[in-house]
Unconditional design. Structure first.
Length: 285
């Protein structure tokens, strides 16, 4: 039997989190531990967590006071929950958001994927959002595993030295894993209903700006960022996202913000990105 623990940061998710709780409680393969960090909710989310905690001894809530100066994004409080775990007690560590809905066999099938590939270090399903009554995939390369629901083989998690608490963490983790000869993959047959669009809480421009900061943090090459912005401008629905992307990246560069990763990883990432632009072999495939 696979032993795994889930850590979930939430903040004012009353419209979504009850469905996430239901998804976990209905799983054919349940976690041994689920730590939920309530980052100062004021909308009733806290009560949902306390009820789940009371009824299930493997669920533990951590409750923080509301703070107007809090940093947006669960990555900044995730470490609080991870520190509560003895990582070596588990075969897998799961980082999960509180706005998801997925089938009851999700983890059962996912762990079968890990069994099939001993080098698979990080894996996820694929997120879909509802738009005009239709399920639309939030598209991305198949080596990319979605931040809302990422599962790490414990040895891989240890090899990459855990997760960073900065924008871009969900690219840095898998890029470092691939550099260390682990595989990362998302599986389209494992559908995750993302109940709200990625980066939607702060608006389209803010989402693009955060993506630019994330690109800077993860060592992206300037030419690669420019090409991404041009692609968004020409082919994507939300055009302002491209402006935010450029401002986020180049404002970080101008300010000479220190990058949270070492030169070896930056070199690896930029080589992969330039290979992609030149049509050469890359993890983007």
């Amino acid at each position: 039997m696979k032993k795994f623990a889930i850590v979930t940061p939430v903040k004012d998710e009353i419209n979504y989190f009850p469905k996430t709780v239901k998804s976990i409680l209905s799983q054919e393969v349940k976690p041994q531990k689920w730590i939920i960090i309530d980052d100062g909710s004021t909308d009733g989310t806290t009560e949902v967590i306390k009820k789940a905690e009371k009824e299930n001894d493997w669920i533990e809530g951590i409750y923080r006071e509301p703070n107007k100066n809090r940093k947006p994004g669960g990555e900044f409080v995730l470490g609080i929950g991870l520190k509560k775990l003895n990582i070596d007690d588990y075969d897998f560590i799961v980082r999960m958001d509180g706005d998801l809905d997925f089938e009851r066999n999700y983890f059962k099938v996912l762990f079968e994927k890990f069994d099939d590939n001993p080098k698979l270090g990080i894996a996820s399903g694929v997120c879909f959002i509802t738009r005009n009554g239709k399920q639309i995939e939030e598209k991305h390369p198949r080596f990319h595993t979605r931040g809302p629901l990422k599962t790490y083989r414990t040895q891989c998690y240890k090899d990459i030295n855990g997760l960073l608490n900065c924008l871009g963490w969900d690219s840095i983790d898998e890029l470092k894993a691939n550099m260390l000869n682990w595989n990362s993959q998302s599986f389209p047959e494992l559908r995750i209903h993302h109940l709200k669009r990625t980066q939607s809480s702060g608006g389209i421009f803010r989402g693009g700006f955060n993506a630019g900061v994330a690109g800077y943090n993860s060592g992206s090459h300037p030419l690669y960022v420019l090409s991404r912005a041009l692609y968004i401008l020409l082919f994507r629905r939300y055009k302002f996202n491209s402006i935010g992307l450029l401002l986020g990246y180049f404002s970080s560069m101008i300010k000479l913000k220190p990058k949270p990763i070492d030169k070896e990883l930056i070199k690896y990432i930029r080589k992969q990105q330039m290979n992609r632009l030149l049509g050469k072999k890359t993890i983007w495939k």
